[in-house]
Write a protein that binds this ligand. Structure first.
Ligand code: UD1
Ligand code: CA
Length: 493
């Protein structure tokens, strides 16, 4: 049982559930139940191995290929997401080129290291210890458009027909560069022949190997042990497993997809942008069908992890990135960038940038506001034009309507900051906090020299530089007294 990840506790729990059905079981029955449970588990388990050790020379980049992004996520993360949709929580990623960097950036997976890139078969051999019995799916780290729905259908066929392997194929008008699918007279797949090893006749075949396969784990392990590198490239080809299985007399299937986009591999930045276009389009379409109005899809970018409630309107020129969430009836844009923000309902953000902040219901941001990371902004707040805010809290019904800097501040609720208020948070060595309690009114052109507190229900007169605590319900005024010199101008002229 242990080998299937079943501990005794879990089996006992399941058995007691069976027994609750008011039947009595003898020892034989119980053993057969345990057997059927483990068999069921075997059938349902799926191991995904993602090959990502290649160099990706044609990207012409310092960054490992699979870390290049489309729609705000590294290529390999899209493939990992697809694996999870198929029920594999911890896929195995085979890394080689740039292994350290990939391993430091990608989380929640198991890694196998391929020191030298000796071919796709060799890459899978490095993950041998993770190959359990049951379904094993091989994917590439550079095919971000791989679709879980298609792979699910393929898996069904693989199981129903009890195939030892099933290959995802497609008919390409220009099959150059791909492995070709060779079939026998009964139309069964016999082998995959790489372009470099292909005769002129085989090169004419239009059906290509996508590089995605389901294998029966035990069969794959056996076949990997028999791979050789006697071919044009001197590599261990994973594709040779197909003919090896056929030679054993086992059944091998091919599942042909009509949607070529889902098997596009990214080799250069042109393909990166093409894949980005396709993915962007399908993400925007999904949001629109979910009830989001997107006024100008061509100038709107929405990252893959962004969540948007219904009746939100996205105006032109808007970029939504990271783990952003937007509540109902909000209007975002035009020309705004929002990254990693949690936005409530009925929020308006126009011509602004908002990063790593939370924004409460019915709050209005911009035009031309800049929310740097770390703000917690309440409900019914107004952050107006040319206001910059960072690492601050800003209470419900408070306002900073124009030309204000709120840095490292804790502003209560119902506070009004006049035009040109500056939180003087930096003393040249460290950042200090400014606290403004509830119901305060801070006049125009006020400097608040931190650390400093304005206690609740107080006023600060325009032009004041606050350097010490303002007590509750008082007025702070600190500016030179005005003197009028009558007749001065006339004399001066
Ligand atoms: C492979 C297939 C070919 C198929 C094509 C589809 C083989 C022998 N050929 O060819 O039939 O039509 O994909 O795109 O499998 N990788 C490693 N380690 C290695 C070699 C490759 O991890 O030693 C990874 C690469 O990072 C890449 C993937 O495997 O993600 C495919 O490798 P690549 O060299 O592009 O294979 P192709 O020659 O294109
Ligand atoms: Ca390739």
């Amino acid at each position: 049982m242990e080998q299937y990840g079943w501990n005794t506790k879990r089996v006992v729990c399941l058995l007691s559930m069976y027994i609750k059905h008011e039947k009595m079981y003898n020892r034989g029955d119980i053993l057969s139940i345990v057997y059927s449970i483990t068999e069921e588990k075997k059938r349902d388990s799926i191991t995904v191995i993602i090959l990502a050790a290649g160099e990706g020379k044609r990207m012409n980049s310092k960054l490992p290929k699979v870390l290049h992004e489309v729609c705000g996520l590294p290529l390999v993360e899209h493939v990992i997401g697809c694996s999870r949709e198929l029920g594999c929580d911890e896929p195995v990623v085979v890394v080689g080129h740039g292994a350290k960097e990939v391993m430091s950036k990608v989380q929640g997976v198991r890694f196998a290291i391929q020191e030298q890139q000796l071919g796709t078969g060799h890459a899978v051999m490095q993950a041998q210890e993770y190959i359990a019995d049951g379904d094993v799916l091989i994917l590439y780290g550079d095919t971000p458009l791989a679709k879980a729905e298609t792979l699910k259908i393929m898996q069904e066929k693989h199981r129903q027909n009890k195939y030892a392997a099933t290959v995802l194929t497609a008919d390409f008008d220009d099959p150059a560069g791909y492995g070709r699918i060779v079939r026998d007279l009964e139309d069964n797949i016999v082998s995959i022949v790489e372009e470099k090893d292909a005769s002129e006749d085989i090169k004419k075949i239009k059906e290509i190997n996508s590089g995605m396969y389901f294998f029966e784990g035990a069969r794959l392990r056996e076949a990997l042990g028999k791979l050789t590198n006697s071919n044009a490239q001197g590599e261990y080809y994973l594709t040779d497993v197909i003919s090896l299985l056929r030679q054993e007399g086992l059944k091998v299937g091919a599942y042909k997809t009509q949607d070529h986009s889902e098997i596009i591999g990214i080799n250069n930045r042109l393909q990166l942008s093409t894949a980005g276009e396709l993915m962007k389009k399908s993400l925007l379409e999904a949001h629109m069908l979910n009830g989001v109005t997107i006024v100008d899809p061509s100038s709107t970018f929405i990252g893959k992890s962004v969540k948007i409630a219904r009746d939100v309107t996205i105006l032109p020129g808007t970029i939504l990135e990271g783990n952003t969430e937007i509540g109902e009836d909000s209007i975002i844009g035009p020309q705004s960038r929002v990254r990693d923000c949690i936005i409530g309902n009925g929020v308006k953000i126009q011509y602004s940038v908002a990063l790593e902040s939370t924004i409460g219901d019915e709050t209005s941001i911009g035009p031309f506001a800049y929310l740097r990371p770390g703000n917690k902004i309440g409900r019914h707040v107004k952050i107006g034009d040319f206001v910059e805010m960072k690492n601050s809290s800003f209470g419900d019904y408070s306002k900073a309507s124009h030309l204000t800097y709120v840095g490292d501040g804790d502003v209560g609720s119902n506070v009004n900051l006049g035009c040109g208020v500056v939180f003087v948070n930096y003393d040249g060595r460290k950042k200090n906090r400014t606290i403004i309690e509830d119901n305060c009114f801070v006049g125009c052109n006020v400097n608040l020299v931190a650390p400093v507190t304005v206690k609740k229900d107080s006023y600060v007169a325009a032009g004041t530089t606050v350097t010490k605590e303002v007590p509750e319900e008082s007025l702070a005024i600190g500016r030179a007294k005005q003197e009028n010199k009558e007749g001065w101008a006339k004399r001066f002229k």
